[in-house]
Write a protein that binds this ligand. Structure first.
Ligand SMILES: [Zn+2]
Length: 553
């Protein structure tokens, strides 16, 4: 660990932005490993919100935050003191088994199996029963309506009473050139956008066609993330945000359906990559399903630790990591049903705890540091969404959000990244700090994956708060890029969002410990300065931040 201490000290020499407050403090790889092993053990049942696994996780985090020297930073209680947690009320929906689902092609009924051909999310409209009988099926291309880009895949087509098949990612992902950022994904490429559009179009539902490259993950991930419990924040009229059917379909049955309707899937996909595309009905094809829904309200919890600032306690630098994972779900080939989520995100949560310990051990910063472990990230960033919509501390004086989702488990790297390359001075600050650790910045290797919209910092960013999600690099000190990329690829296919995301004694967390040191230095510098990190010109989040400019002196 010594080399990291020396590197940390030189970061201060380079920047001279504040006192060397972290000298002598270093995050321990062994402690990170302890937290990860405990939180990803089968006893924590995959840390599903509103399960026994949540109770254990929240208790563990509360005890750890207290033990490392943080103060409670959660909900204000009647006695004027703060709790360790923030209540996060959520609506919870489950499909009652079995789901009946079929398509009729030229009068012939084909029965499908949930999880095999399709993954139908539990309906979130508030209805206890969803019945769809012989709904016509229409292909709507990428399902994008973007007036600022002069793009409308619907062209006024009436989708009421109909099921739409929609491509994932945005229209210029495959060609790499066009009005939607080329290979980089805009928000129009996210499946969450597609479902929002389904509700706006008044469709019975949208079924997203799964293809591995544009989705950036395989069918197993789709199946595991969409066939178990789903959650939403509590809404006045859920039908404004949710169509009854929100689902995914595998590529092969899709191609077969197109064929049976006399259509060529690949040819129509090419057409969908042009402005002239119009919806195409799959003549002779209808869709039916019967779903009974178990809906209830639950209260999950964010866990919040605080280190009040000495001079400007109202200004907050907020570290985040999501504590939840997928809980218990469908079994894998080995019969394992517990989605342990060791990397995703017991590892980032472990970093959060240990950054908290190091921060509590160093001289107190002038601005406050907040350590926020959020719930329900895997359900659609809901814990961070709830926090940002109901902030415990005003967002106008929230200086920055530094998020961690997945730690480095293959040892130190020569580089690092941020999810989706935020156009942000905070990122420049991080690049400067990293120089002291001999780490260089690598741009997002998969800009088409839409990573900026897929981590909890997005809940802050869309409300204007300068926010980044840190990611360890792939250019490993031991084995270089070739090893890093191979390991990353293997993780994505074999473990990501699968029961196999388990802790292994082979993991080398020394890189994660060094990264945690580095993120502490970044937050400490900001918290000891009067600087306000900013969005760069052209960022879609800048205007939102500017609205609260008067709060920042
Ligand atoms: Zn995840």
């Amino acid at each position: 660990m010594k080399q990291f201490l020396l590197a940390g000290a030189s970061a201060w020499a380079v920047l001279a932005l504040g006192p060397p407050a972290t000298a002598g403090v270093s995050v321990s790889a062994a402690k990170l490993a302890d937290h990860i092993q405990i939180m990803s053990s089968d006893a924590f049942e995959g840390r599903g919100p509103a399960t026994a696994g949540e109770v254990k996780t929240v208790k563990y985090l509360t005890e750890q935050f207290q033990a490392v020297g943080l103060q409670p930073g959660g909900d204000l209680q009647k006695d004027g003191k703060r709790a360790w947690t923030q209540d996060v009320p959520l609506a919870q929906f489950d499909n009652k088994d079995p789901i009946k689902v079929s398509v009729t092609v030229g009068g012939q009924v084909q029965t499908w199996t949930q999880g095999d051909q399709v993954a139908i999310r539990a309906p979130q409209t508030g209805a206890a029963q969803v019945s769809v009988k012989d709904a016509p099926v229409v292909f709507v291309g990428y399902g994008v309506k973007a007036s600022e880009r002069n793009w409308d895949d619907f062209k006024g087509y009436d989708l009421k009473g109909k099921i739409a098949l929609v491509l994932v990612n945005d229209p210029d992902f495959e060609t790499g050139e066009g009005d939607f950022g080329g290979k980089a994904m805009t928000y129009y490429g996210r499946w969450t956008y597609k479902y929002e559009e389904a509700a706006r179009q008044g469709a019975v539902g949208f079924i997203v066609i799964h293809e591995t490259a544009p989705a950036s993950y395989g069918w197993n991930t789709v199946k595991n993330s969409n066939t178990n419990t789903v959650f939403d924040i509590i809404r006045q009229d859920p039908t404004k945000d949710h169509a009854p059917i929100e689902a995914w379909i595998q590529r092969d049955p899709t191609v077969a359906l197109f064929k049976s309707a006399g259509l060529d899937f690949e040819a129509l996909k090419k057409l969908a990559q042009t402005r002239d595309f119009k919806p195409v009905a799959l003549t002779g094809v209808t869709f039916s399903t019967e779903i009974a829904v178990d809906a209830k309200k639950i209260v999950s919890k964010n866990v919040v630790g605080l280190l009040p600032g000495t001079k400007h306690p109202e200004d907050k630098v907020v570290y985040t990591a999501h504590w939840d994972h997928l809980g218990v779900g469908l079994a894998d080939a080995k019969g394992d049903r517990i989605y342990n989520g060791a990397l995703d995100n017991a590892s980032g949560t472990a970093m959060l705890i240990e950054i908290g310990r190091a921060a509590a051990a160093q001289p107190r910063t002038e601005r406050s540091l907040v350590f926020l472990a959020v719930t329900a990230e895997e359900k659609g960033l809901l814990g961070s969404e709830y926090y940002a919509a109901n902030p415990l501390y005003p967002l106008g004086t929230t200086v920055a959000n530094i998020n961690m989702d997945g730690a480095s488990i293959y040892g130190p790297s020569k580089d690092f990244g941020t999810s989706g390359d935020a156009p942000l001075t905070l990122q420049d600050d991080l690049i400067e700090v990293a120089k002291g650790y001999n780490m260089t910045y690598s741009p997002d290797p998969r800009p088409g994956a839409g990573s900026f919209f897929r981590s909890d910092h997005f809940s802050f960013a869309k409300r204007g708060v300068p926010a980044i999600s840190f990611g360890g690099g792939q250019d490993l000190v031991n084995g270089g890029k070739a090893r890093g990329e191979a390991l990353q690829k293997a993780y994505t296919t074999e473990k990501y969002h699968q029961p196999a995301d388990e802790y292994s004694p082979d993991w080398d967390l020394s890189g994660a410990a060094r990264n945690a040191d580095m993120l502490l230095v970044l937050g400490t510098q900001i918290a000891n300065s009067r600087k306000w990190p900013e969005w760069k010109a052209g960022s879609e989040f800048k205007a939102e931040r500017d609205k609260t400019a008067s709060a920042r002196k």
